[in-house]
Design a protein around this ligand. Structure first.
Ligand code: PGA
Length: 252
């Protein structure tokens, strides 16, 4: 079963218009100069830059995604953004359930599932994030935590064409600590096994599972080569053009 690699940049709450235009514009220029890119490339800028970024990368093959969406399509939810709005400005994907949103905004698995459903409903591909904390890993609970989050966060009707999973160990995000290839493969294999139980073997074999957490040019190749790692969700390194390109190249 071949799963096309997906390299996704999560810019988080970084970038004013000038920085965002430079980064998205230069990435688009580089992409256009490549004869062939054997990976899907996605950038997830902050909401304020989405429309501009979509304009700059439009027609290249680079996709644009949001970092969160509301569970409702529209209504009295001051400050929130719906999946339909993301779609409207040119997004094809949206990250849901990132551990920073789970921590900062108290998002539960049920919220994440509702957001993922809303995304699919609007024609977006949710990237559903799951991952254990340092304490949970130390306590030997990693695979239990992962299975519980996955079961709770997966929406009905999740299949390979409409859903992506991201395994992001919380202890590896923005810390410079990266999962070893063995640690990453063990969890990714378990996620695929759990997906098989929840969605059936065919969907499990086809769904892409990204690794996220301090992925850098120096460790990308060893992670992306793992059997059950189908791409990366990259935070810090996605803000540096050369680093992000090096990670895309590591996937080729
Ligand atoms: P990081 O972030 O690459 O900076 O560790 C990854 C993420 O949070 O998606």
């Amino acid at each position: 079963m071949t799963r096309r690699t997906l390299i996704a940049g999560n810019w988080k709450m970084n970038g004013l218009s000038a920085d965002g235009a430079l980064l998205a514009g230069n990435l688009a220029r580089w992409y256009r100069e490549q004869a062939r890119i054997n990976a899907d490339v996605l950038i997830c800028p902050p909401a304020t830059l989405l429309g501009m970024a979509a304009g700059l990368v439009g027609g290249t093959g680079i996709s644009v995604g949001g970092q969160d969406c509301h569970v409702s399509e529209a209504g009295a939810h001051t400050g929130d953004i719906s999946a339909a709005m993301l779609k409207d400005v040119g997004c094809s994907h949206v990250i849901v359930g990132h551990s920073e949103r789970r921590a900062d905004h108290g998002e539960t698995d049920a919220t994440v599932r509702a957001k993922a459903s809303a995304a699919i409903e609007a024609g977006l591909i949710p990237i559903i994030c799951i991952g254990e904390t340092d304490a949970q890993r130390e306590a030997g609970k990693t695979l239990d935590v992962i299975a519980t989050q996955l079961r709770g966060s997966l929406p009905q009707g999740a299949l390979a064409h409409n859903t992506v999973i991201a395994y992001e160990p919380v202890w590896a995000i923005g810390t410079g600590k990266v999962a070893t290839p063995d640690q990453a493969q063990d969890v990714h294999r378990a996620i695929r096994r759990d997906l098989g139980a929840f969605l059936g073997p065919q969907a499990a074999a086809q769904i892409r599972i990204l690794y996220g957490g301090s992925m850098k040019p120096g460790n990308a190749q060893s992670l992306l080569a793992l059997e059950d790692v189908d791409g990366g969700l990259i935070g810090g390194a996605s803000l540096q053009l050369d680093d992000f390109i090096a990670i895309i190249e590591a996937a080729l």
